[in-house]
Design a protein around this ligand. Structure first.
Ligand SMILES: [Zn+2]
Length: 390
């Protein structure tokens, strides 16, 4: 729904660039290298390996320290493709410079990197990060400093969730969130996995805890979240504090839990959104209130099949959209769950990507509960009239 500006940004980048293997890092003369030249050579060579493999999923990166996989995956998602400018003609526009190598002890270093370029007379930093490097065997492995950066944070355990926070945590909301996740997982027969949620006070803090000192894509923005999955843990670094309206958004929680259970390619998006409306509302509006707005926007005895196909937005505006088809799907899903159990809803949810014809959807609907294009109007009318409004 609203989620993750960074995904949108990354999505745009993916469409305009293909990830070529990054070139070796540049070491400016001013960088003071560690005295042990043999180890330094190994460190730089491992770092180049890590960056070259950053185009692949981080779990497959042979230079990433696997104990810290989810946070390293979230950090690598941010540096992936950073050598390319947004203009597709400017591939490899930014060069990766080492700006500092700071020994922490005999086997661990903080490495600072910056992707920089000069455009005409203007110096530009695309991203500037800190990575930790630890000696392992004959080389070095790299990881995000998230754990080191949050050592003094408080934490609270609720079911499979660990909530980390620096200042405050809304314990009631956190407990409800974990409980809802458990409810959804029980419905879905979802796999069991851990969840770590880091509530940062603002976007700058969330960037910093992951290891990002600066990233041009977030210039002027106030909120974004970062997620990654690894070591059977879903990591969420929330960049707006736990007081934010969407910090514990049950609508998106539904999407997350479903998307961990069945392949996204099989999911019918309108039915997924419909269940999210039903179980978690939308934009902070409860299902009951969404339905009230729907009733106010749609005249009685409408041609529901036509309305379903037209799928008008009756939300406040384009951003805070609410869609007619999602409400109708929600009523259908509710009926199916009551009469056939959740397995019936699952059949509809996984009928395949939305087709223009909606043939796959209507086939599944007919099979599950006997509703088809011929009786759609009568059946939907009954559901709308029968839906209790509080
Ligand atoms: Zn949604």
């Amino acid at each position: 729904m609203f989620k993750k500006i960074y995904l949108i940004l990354t999505g745009i980048l993916i469409t305009v660039v293909s990830y070529a293997q990054p070139g070796p890092v540049i070491i400016p003369q001013y960088v003071k290298l560690p005295v042990d030249s043999v180890q330094t050579k190994k460190l730089i060579s491992s770092l180049n390996g890590f960056l070259q493999q950053s185009i692949n999923p981080t779990k497959d990166n042979t230079f990433s320290l696997k104990d810290y996989l989810p946070e390293t995956a979230a950090l690598v998602a941010e540096i992936r493709g950073m050598e390319n400018a947004k203009n597709p003609d400017r591939k490899d526009f930014y060069k990766c410079y080492i700006t500092n190598i700071m020994p922490l002890d005999s086997t661990t270093y903080i490495i600072q990197l910056a992707y920089m370029a000069v455009d005409g007379a203007t110096p530009i930093t695309r991203i500037s990060i800190k990575l930790l490097a630890r000696r392992a065997g004959d080389g070095y492995l790299f990881y995000s400093p998230l754990k080191r950066n949050t050592l003094n944070w408080k934490s609270k355990q609720e079911g499979n969730f660990t909530f980390y926070y620096r200042t405050s945590l809304d314990t009631a909301k956190a407990a409800n969130y974990a409980k809802k996740a458990q409810e959804f997982d029980a419905k879905l027969h979802a796999p069991v996995y851990g969840n770590q949620m880091y509530f940062c006070d603002d976007l700058q803090q969330s960037l910093e805890v992951l290891g990002i000192d600066y990233e041009a894509d977030y210039n002027g923005l106030t909120g974004a979240d970062f997620s990654a999955f690894g070591n059977n843990i879903e990591l969420d670094v929330m960049g707006t504090g736990d007081g934010d309206t969407y910090a514990y958004d049950i609508h998106d929680l539904w999407h997350d839990r479903l998307h961990h259970t069945i392949p996204v390619t099989t999911i019918n998006k309108p039915v997924d959104e419909a269940c999210a409306y039903l179980y978690g509302g939308s934009w902070g509006i409860s299902w009951n209130d969404i339905f009230k707005r729907f009733k106010a926007a749609m005249p009685a005895h409408t041609d529901w099949l036509a309305a379903f196909n037209e799928n008008k937005n009756f939300g406040e505006n384009q951003r805070y959209h609410l869609y007619v088809a999602y409400v109708i799907d929600a009523l259908l899903a509710q009926k199916i769950e009551k009469e056939k159990g959740f397995a019936g809803v699952m059949a509809l949810l996984s009928c395949g990507k939305k087709e223009d014809s909606n043939d796959n959807f209507f086939l599944a609907l007919h099979k599950t509960i006997g509703i088809n294009r011929a009786n759609f109007n009568t059946e939907v009318e009954k559901l709308i009239e029968g839906e209790e409004v509080k």
